[in-house]
Every structure is written in C-alpha cells, then in structure tokens.
Design a protein around this ligand. Sequence first.
Ligand code: GLC
Ligand code: GLC
Length: 641
Amino acid sequence: MRPRTGPTSESVSSLLVDLDEQERETIELRLERWSDDLVDALAVLYPGHDVSALTLRLVESAIAGFRAREPELRHLDQRRLLRPDWLQQPDMLGYACYTERFADTLAGIPSRLPYLRDLGVTYLHLMPLLQPREGDNDGGYAVQDYRTVRADLGDVDDLRELTRTLRGHGVSLVLDLVLNHVAREHEWARRARAGESHYRDYFHVFSDREMPNAYESTLPEVFPDFAPGNFTWDAELDGWVWTTFNEWQWDLNWANPDVLVELADVVLYLANLGVEVLRLDAIAFTWKRLGTNCQNQPEVHAITQALRTVARIAAPALAFKAEAIVGPRDLVQYLGQGRHSGRVSDLAYHNSLMVQVWSMLATGSTLLAKQALRSLPTTPPSGTWICYIRCHDDIGWAIDDGDAAAVGLNGWEHRRFLSDWYAGDFPGSWARGLVFQHNPATGDKRISGTAAALVGLSDAPDADAEGAALARLFLAHAIVAGWGGIPVVWSGDELGLPNDPHWADEPGHEDDNRWAHRERIDWTEAALSRDPGTRAGRVFQGLAHLARVRAGLPQLHASGTTDVVADTEDGVLAVRRGHPSGPMVCVYNVTGEWRHVSLDLFRGAGIRQPADAIGGHAVYAGADGQVALSPYAAWWVIETA
Ligand code: GLC
Ligand code: GLC
C-alpha cells in the first residue's frame, strides 16, 4: 500500500526497470515496509515542501545504493534481517581507538586482531578517518571529504578490504558520520565562500549580528575556551556562519532538504564500503530553534528516521548509533520514544550511567544513582545502550537538578564537587584528571583523563592504594558490562594506561587536553596483557574475563529490562535484569568498606540458590539473612547451574 503523500507506484516502477526479478521483489518489499516511515519523517522536517517529490529523490538514492551494493554485503543484509537483534547479543563487546594510535594504518589493523579477540571484541569503532581539513581538525571531526580516506592511513580500497577482513573474524566496523558540520574546506563550504547561493544555503549564514545575538541569548557554548560563541565571521562569506564547535566546523543547515539528500548518499556510500554501524556525531545539535538551546529538538529524531529508512531500503545491515551526550531527560528519545519508537537509532550512548558510575565512586553513595537511573523512561526493546565508562571525549556532569534535589543535593554543587574530585583538587581525592573547558560564566567544568587516572591507579602511592584502584576500575567496568547494552572500552583502558604526559606536544593539540586520554598503544607494553603478574595484565585479563562471563549469560541480551532496586542500603547498587532466560540480579558495593544486601533480594527475583557468575562462588547469607559484600564487590548473581 502506497501512502498518500509518497511517490506514485509508476514513478517508483520506472526506477526499478533494470533490476532483475528477485532484486525488484526485494526493493518492493522494503519500500512497502519503509515508505510510510520516510514520508512521515519528511513531513515533519519539511512541511512547506513537496514531500512526495522529496521522497522520490531519496528512494532514488536508496535504489542507487542498493544497486551498487556488492553481493557479499547483500548477503550480510540477509543475515542481519534474519537476526535483527545481532547488536543485542551478550557476546558483543566494543573497542574504540584512533587507527594511527593503535595500528598506524588501516592495513596494520588485521595484525592486531588477535589482541582484540583475546579481549573479546566484536565491534571496532575507528575514530574519524575520512579526509579532514589540514591542520587542526578536532581529531578528524572536521571532514573535508566524506568519500576519501586520510592518506596517511590508507585509501578507500584499504577500508573496504579491512571491513571484509574484520567481518571474516566476526568484528563489525563502526565509523563516524559527522553530520552536524563540515570543515570550512569541504567543497560545499568552499563553494559557499565562492558565492554560490545553492551552497550558501547548506549553512546557517547571517549578514549581521541580529539573529546570532538572538540565538545566543539561549545557546550554551561547547568549547568556551578555544572556540567561544556559536558563530564565526567569515570575510569570504561576508557573513556570520553557525559554528557550534570550532570556527572551522561549519554547522549544516538541515532545514534545507538538499542537505538531507547529500548526507543520505554519504550514508549509503559508507554502508557500501562495509561499514556496519554509523555513529551519528553530535546529532543533538542538528536542528536549530530560536529561543532554545538548539539541542534535542524534535526534528532531530525525524532526521535520524529519514536517514535510517533510506539505509533500511538499500542496506539493512547498517545500524545507527546516536552520539547525544545530553541530560538524562533528553537521552532516551534517541532510542525512540512516542512516534519515533523503533524508528531511530539502534544504539545510543548511556551517558547518564557513565556519569553515575563516576559519581558513585567519588561519593561512595548510591542515592543519586538510584534516583537518576530509576527515573529514566523505558527504552524500546529493540534499542540498545552503549555502556561505557569513558570515551575519547571529556566527561561532562550530566546530572539533572531535579534528581539531585530529590536526594537532598544541590545539582550545581554536586557537579562542581565531581569536577574537583576528578581533577584531584578535592581533599582525599585519588584521581588525576584534568579540567577541560572551565566556563567561569556558568561554573561548568568538564574532565579529561584515562580510566586509570580517574580511579587513582596512575599515581597509586602503595600496594593498598593500587589494589583499591584496580578494584574500582574492575567495578566500574562490571557495572556497565552488566547493564545489558554493548560495553565499549576506550583504547588503552584495557591496559590501565595513565594520561599521556606528552599530549600537548603535537601541534594543534596544545589547547585540547582530551588528547591526554587518547593514548598510543605501545606494543611492547601491550604484550604484558598476557601476564597477570603485571598491572596491564591484571586489567586486561579482568576485562577479558568479564566479556567471557557476559557472553555466556542470555540474561544480558539487550532486549531484557534493567531495573534498579530502590531499597538497598546506601553504597549498594542492585540491578535486576528481566529476561525470559532466567533471573539475574547484579549487586555492586561502590564503597571501600563492607556492605550488605538481604538474601531476599535474590529470592524475591526467583533465584533459589544464588551464585555469582563473575567470581564463580555461591552466595550465602548469615543467620540474619544478610549477605556481606566486600569493598568494591561486583557480583552478577544467577541461579546455581
Ligand atoms: C562529538 C565528538 C567530539 C567532537 C564533536 C564535534 O561530540 O565526540 O570529539 O569534538 O562531536 O564533532
Ligand atoms: C559533544 C558533547 C559534549 C562534549 C563535546 C566535545 O558533542 O555534547 O559533551 O564535551 O562534544 O568534547
């Protein structure tokens, strides 16, 4: 059935003429399934436009993408369609790194596969590797050409070859789709600067300060230190151009349908290279609305829905991951709520969980975490969280003032405390993080640092301190790995690497201390990963163990429910997993002291003979029915086998 505003069946049929019968059937079935979603998204985005003509343009792109798709990738499409929950399997484990800091070049990655497989990795996120602008480029997030690979890493053929090799080893490649902005040197921006009005309309350009001032009255600043403000004067444009991030990252004007059509083509191009997941970089910022902070606008979800629909028609193996590092109330929308449920990103970063992990470790209290995590709306069963303790970016303290107030905290003061704690500026702090982008106007301070630096491992003064830091690190990883999404490890954290002391030496990096936690892997040191007598070996083997245990627990399939238990004693976080395969309760002691949980916690969940799957031991209660949890204990409790 063709929707009323969609393209007519005649106009679509004319696009299918040279497909063979089986291909035509495939496309027709997919159009039948997806056209409504596409039309629906376009109607939200472009009410004043001819939605039917626009739909046809995108369907045309999708069919061209399908046509160009290699047999091997079409085969992958079939496999994924037969297992739509492939990303939700408990054996998924992610690893994220910069190609050059991990393996020099794309061609060097396969020789590192044994290392990744030892860790249990099935999902590899290589940081931006498409042609960036020359000079400073925000770690590749200022793309000059979406269809060329950075020359020092290889070329497009190397990328295609790599995705094939990875696939052969059961590893899916994840790449960024930087879609909020392009580099000032991108062809569209260049042509806009050269005076072509068609391309000027790809950006938000204002001839004077009137509109920029109006927008700025409600806009926050992402990089107040090195890129204050949200607009940049460009003499060639003779105007102010919207630049949320750096002045050479020009925000695209998604209210212009041509931008959507261009990016849809980029999506299909990358899918046809064998990329399996696209990380939608800074997606929250893509739609602007006067009088708001221009983040998380409803249209953002319609953009995802439109792009995803096009991908589903041409390359259904491709999944989307939303990078929206936003407050807890806005976060869940990215996995689809209301009309977008099941229609937007398959994956999204659980920024709120990440923040709460650090907050629990610093305070030894679970009150705020319980409050915040319990008040998150439910996610659609098809939506999967990326669970991580840190990534290549700084940590911003996304704590809701209402959640803080509900447990007697002042949100602002708590955020300030966390910054001070993790910068090592608070009495008693073990942490060695760095302050990122202190904004004196708002008091906002974010934090850079490796996981080891943040848990106090890097500068641990003695064996006890080192033991406690290792326990905190393992605990943090266990909390995210036991949540039920895809745990993703940032490169270097599997070895417990400290901050890079030379981070500022590279030209262009000196003002951006996020480079302190984007370490290079030294392969002599990495060889220690096999030796449990070393620090690197202990961290690596601990993580690999978690991944192995996880892979054997169907309860951690991401479609299950995650339910934080309210009435545990402070310092204990208990998380109940709901899955038909059987009950599971994860319990964590976030303090350096003994804590207790009641045996009824497990009994009530239906576990008669509880055992911890991580430690492989039975769980016993004392005469009072209480189970003692050692300092920083992390248990995944299931029925004894
Ligand atoms: C994302 C990236 C970050 C980058 C920004 C601009 O949030 O993770 O590293 O600075 O987008 O592209
Ligand atoms: C992102 C995030 C922000 C982060 C920044 C760059 O888009 O929203 O939290 O700090 O980019 O680091």
